[in-house]
Design a protein around this ligand. Sequence first.
Ligand code: ATP
Ligand code: MG
Length: 364
Amino acid sequence: MQLDHIALQGFRNIGAASLDLSPKTVALVGKNAQGKTNLVEAVYLLACLKSFRNRHWRDLVKHGEKQAVISAQISGDSLPFTLKLVLDVKEGKSIYKNGVKITRLSDFLGLFRVVLFCPEHLSLIKEGPAKRRSFLDSAICQLRPYYASLLNECVKIEAQRAALLKLSRGKRTDPALFSVWDDRLAGVSVKIASIRADYVRRLQEAAPAHFSRISDGKESLSLSFISDVYREGAGEEEMKAAYLGLLSENLEGDIKYGFTGKGIHRDDLEVKIDSFSARGFASQGQQRSAVLALKLAEGEISRDMTGRPPVYLLDDVLSELDEGRRSYILSGLAGKQVILTGTDKDQLDTAHQLYFVEGGCFSS
Ligand code: ATP
Ligand code: MG
């Protein structure tokens, strides 16, 4: 899969830009605050429909403009196609494939796939579980388009259950009141946890080999999925029944605190190096190696599940890595389309195509 062309209008600090992109390595070079990450963010939006930096999509529209437009030509899968994303301050977001409006998120996700490496990811291991869940979720959403709607449904049910929990505070509560919500919550939670567990299994197959190569075979990486809901070897009904039991056991506490204590919102990807928790014990360098291994594995899983490699986005990461890790990652991505950014041209001069970025303008 490759991005052949991208055009931007009114996106962040980019007034108008139109770039043909090499199917190999494209480097965006420029001083700080010129628009390099902005372009990477626009490409990421074409895959995920949300930014990796801001919660509010309105921030993406250039100050003073009414809308931002990202247009792209994509090839590599069956037929080349175009994608257009319009972010309108008043009208909201709209997406078009080959000029036809797409109304369902599940029809959009997966059309274009990326794997992003950015400096924030380098702290993925030592941060709390939310960052690792979001890593899993972003990767899975591109591969299983309906997964995003499961997540949305779960958030809605949890909010409704939380409202009911708060209403029940200080009153004698009939647990049957919760049975409808709990049943729906358990159904969707089991589906989400099972999909996450399956993804972690795939990561566990792909990531350790990269890690041991990056660390010269001296250390080993292992991954496991930690969940209140998922149970290894159990069927869906069994997991659902067990989680329903957990919900009813915790009902009193849930009422006291006004939210559901146990659930998929606590899932975590546990990373161990030589059987010790990487979060507690790994050095900075080991953590970086683990993240690179996870990200390379993410790309391989994306290729294996779809038959085509994704587009790799490396925003500002090469400068953060030592020579060994840098060359490992670049040789691992040889032959794939990689869009990378940096401030130092010398670090990026092996790229097949170079764009200089200044004040939101791109020149070759
Ligand atoms: P660095 O090397 O520091 O990472 P960069 O080239 O990646 O820099 P970007 O993050 O792409 O820089 O940001 C470039 C500029 O875009 C920043 O100066 C920022 O203030 C500006 N910017 C961000 N959002 C908007 C917006 N909505 N409208 C106008 N300008 C914006
Ligand atoms: Mg940047």
